[in-house]
Each structure stands twice: as C-alpha cells, then as structure tokens.
Design a protein. Structure first.
Length: 160
C-alpha cells in the first residue's frame, strides 16, 4: 500500500505557526528549523522569510540554542567539549557562538565529570594488563569527547 502524499505547505502564515510551535517545544538551531520547513514542502524564499520572522519574534536564537545544547549534553550526557563542539558544528552553529557556549562549562565540574566517568568505566573494565587497561579507559574518555591531555592528567592522578 502506498503512503499518501504529504500536503505541501506553501502558505507562510501556516508555516510560521508550525515553526513557532516547533521552536517553542525546545531550543532549535536555524538549520534544524530550515530542514523542518523544507520537509514541510516550503520554497527557499518562504523558508528564509519564516526564519527571519522567528528571529524577530525571539523564537529562534542561535546563541541561546548553543548554550542550551552545551549545558544539556554536558550535564545530562556527560559529553566533553570536543564532542559538544562537533555536535554544534553539525547543527551549523557559527564558530564564535560555539566557543562562547563552551566557555559556560565550569572547569571544576568538567574535571569532576571526567574523573567520575573514568572511575565508573574502571569499575567495569576487566582488563588485567595495566597498559591495556589504561588505554581502554583513555579511548573511552576520548570517545566521550574529552581532551587527551586532561584524560592523561586524571589517569596519572588515579595511578593506574
């Protein structure tokens, strides 16, 4: 059975209402909204017009989005700066705003989160060889987006 064709939204007012609802639910980047509007079948000129109206109405704020994304990924998922930066780049947030948002992460909390992350992984790692164990922990922390020099400092302090 074929899927019914989705009705294209060409009316700017309807698109604006849908986009406002989309942005009110949670912070969005301009690119996410742009993709959503194209998905709804809007034309490029209409999409840019709706986006500028959303910015004017303060539904869309790239800096606010970058901060919310950074805090959410760090506090809830325990991601490091590198992974957060990659995520923001994928959402096409400007570099200037990315660095501004990354500065909102508290340095002490960042280090504490990394230590907790390594301790948790250490508890479940069964590797007996010290070098292999250390390597596994290092790789794990790097996969979570933490900087290698910080990881090495934490591993030295915990004397693995």
């Amino acid at each position: 059975m074929e899927e019914p064709k989705k009705k294209r939204i060409t009316d700017e007012k309807t698109a604006l209402a849908k986009a406002e609802h989309f942005c009110a639910y949670q912070e969005r980047s301009q690119q996410e909204v742009r993709n959503k509007l194209y998905e709804l079948g809007m034309y490029p000129t209409g999409v840019e017009s709706v986006i500028s109206q959303l910015i004017t109405g303060n539904f869309l704020n790239e800096e606010r989005f970058a901060r919310a994304y950074t805090q959410g990924k760090f506090n809830l998922k325990g991601w490091g700066r590198i992974k957060i930066k990659q995520g923001l780049k994928l959402k096409q947030v400007p570099d200037k705003l990315i660095s501004k948002a990354l500065q909102t992460i508290d340095g002490d909390a960042y280090l504490a989160t990394l230590q907790k992350l390594i301790e948790k992984k250490q508890a479940v790692t069964t590797e007996k060889n010290t070098f292999k164990r250390r390597y596994k922990l290092q790789q794990y922390a790097m996969s979570r987006g933490y900087e290698s020099d910080l990881i090495n400092d934490v591993l030295k302090d915990s004397e693995l």
